[in-house]
Design a protein around this ligand. Structure first.
Ligand code: UD1
Length: 417
């Protein structure tokens, strides 16, 4: 199992290019299931999660052509609307095939998903929404089985909590439903907007994406299109934190600060200078960061996917930060690992109190989920001596060419098999 060896204490400088957003690419690739015509996507990141999804789509009968960051999907031969356990167990986002499959084929069997071990993460809202649209949905032998005779019916949907993939699944299903669907309490994440713009390019009629009420007028069929995946805001934020923690000065290209308002604000509160340009962001870090408190919540509030990275920078900041996690109940697993590096963190339920220490010390730590691993890398970059991050397959699920990009920024990292 791959590990990453980091020699800490090097200031990051230089440039790195940001990849397409994993969390936009996953639903958008699933959108190709909704049409018989070929759909082409550009800026698709080369990630384990994307490879897993493409494999899943291929076994359903989708033809795939991938050249560099361009992927063309042709779902005209879609004949097997099944997502088996073996293929979805590592990735919760596989549930995103459910809505498109029911809408297009009238039936789907999708294994209950796995993914990061960061809490229970049920899919009841996805199911409830499809039922309201006329599908019969049951869970049997670990599979969600959904069937509808004829087309789904437009409906007024209200989710109990803001759910990103739930909103995306229902939005995709509604595109081919009869009549109007209104999703209230919809997720406003930029990735939902990117999906909506891809669906619109395919002929869907959607308004309100990016607000908490999304309206979809169903159409009988969608057609082919070309769509460029938005830049990855979490990858962007992660490299900004990596530079911030070690007094760095970096420029990230092929990205934008527009979806990162609160993250950029917090980095400025911590003492960083941020220069946002049209397609790039530059960060200049102070000698020592100031502690910054935060509370995670759905967009546009602070993203839970940036929580671990900010916990890491707070470990060496001046002062004490209070971090409240409100999205997932089990998302502080990185705290124990950060403590192994000498961090002063106290956990009480969903609150972590982090008091900055003058220095962290390199040690062996274990990555537990995708973003937790990013937090450990950031801590390793500033720790004295060597830090060995074990189980970095979690990182390969979500960060394209992580080691190469860190090396380009001057970090001393080495992947060990
Ligand atoms: C997406 C992101 C993930 C991010 C998360 C929160 C993708 C592929 N993944 O995950 O990186 O951390 O949003 O921003 O886009 N919930 C239910 N029932 C449901 C659905 C959700 O109880 O049917 C709960 C979840 O357990 C969680 C909360 O709602 O506590 C939010 O989850 P959700 O927004 O659905 O997360 P994902 O879409 O899986």
């Amino acid at each position: 199992m791959d590990k990453l060896l980091i020699e800490g204490g090097v200031r990051l400088t230089g440039e790195a290019a940001i990849s397409g957003a994993k969390n936009a690419a996953l639903p958008i690739l699933c959108a190709a299931l909704l049409t018989r015509e070929a759909v082409t996507f550009t800026n698709v990141p080369d990630l384990q999660d994307i490879a897993t999804l493409l494999k899943l789509l291929a076994q359903m009968g989708v033809k795939i052509n991938r050249e560099g960051d361009t992927v063309t999907l042709d779902a005209s031969g879609l004949d097997n609307p099944v997502a088996p356990y073996e293929m979805v167990k590592t990735m919760r986002a596989s549930i995103l095939v459910l809505g498109p499959l029911v809408a297009r084929c009238g039936e789907a069997r999708v294994s209950l998903p796995g993914g990061c071990a960061i809490g229970a993460r049920p899919v009841d809202q996805h199911i409830k929404g499809l039922q309201a649209m006329g599908a019969e949905v049951g869970v049997e032998h670990g599979y969600v089985h959904a069937v509808v005779a004829g087309r789904l019916k437009g409906a007024r949907l209200f989710t109990d909590m803001v759910t990103v993939t739930g909103t995306e699944n229902l939005m995709m299903a509604a595109c081919l439903a009869e009549g109007e669907t209104v999703i209230e309490n919809a997720a406003r994440e930029p990735e939902v907007v990117d999906l909506a713009s891809c669906l619109s390019a395919m002929g869907a009629r959607i308004s309100g994406a990016g607000t908490d009420v999304v309206r979809i007028q169903g159409v009988a069929q969608l057609h082919g299109a070309t769509h460029r995946i938005m830049p990855d805001r979490i990858e962007t934020g992660t490299y900004l934190c990596a530079a911030a923690v070690c007094g760095g000065d970096i420029r990230l290209t092929r990205t934008s600060s527009s979806y990162l308002d609160i993250v950029v604000d917090k980095l400025m509160d911590a003492g960083c200078e941020i220069i946002a340009e049209r397609d790039s962001i530059r960060l200049k870090a102070p000698e020592r960061l100031a502690a910054v408190s935060l509370r995670t919540a759905p967009y546009p509030a602070f993203p839970t996917d940036m929580q671990a990275q900010f916990m890491a920078i707070n470990c060496v900041a001046q002062g004490t930060a209070v971090i409240r996690e409100t999205i997932f109940e089990n998302r502080f697993m990185h705290a124990v690992e950060l403590q192994r590096l000498g961090a002063d963190i106290k956990i009480d339920g969903n609150t972590a109190v982090v008091t900055g220490v003058a220095r962290l010390e390199g040690a062996t730590v274990m990555a537990t989920d995708l973003r937790a691993s990013a937090g450990l890398i950031i801590a390793g970059l500033v720790a004295d001596g060597e830090t060995l991050v074990d189980r970095i397959y979690h990182l390969d699920r979500g960060y394209e060419k992580l080691d190469a990009k860190l090396l380009a920024l001057g970090a001393r990292v080495r992947r060990l098999a």
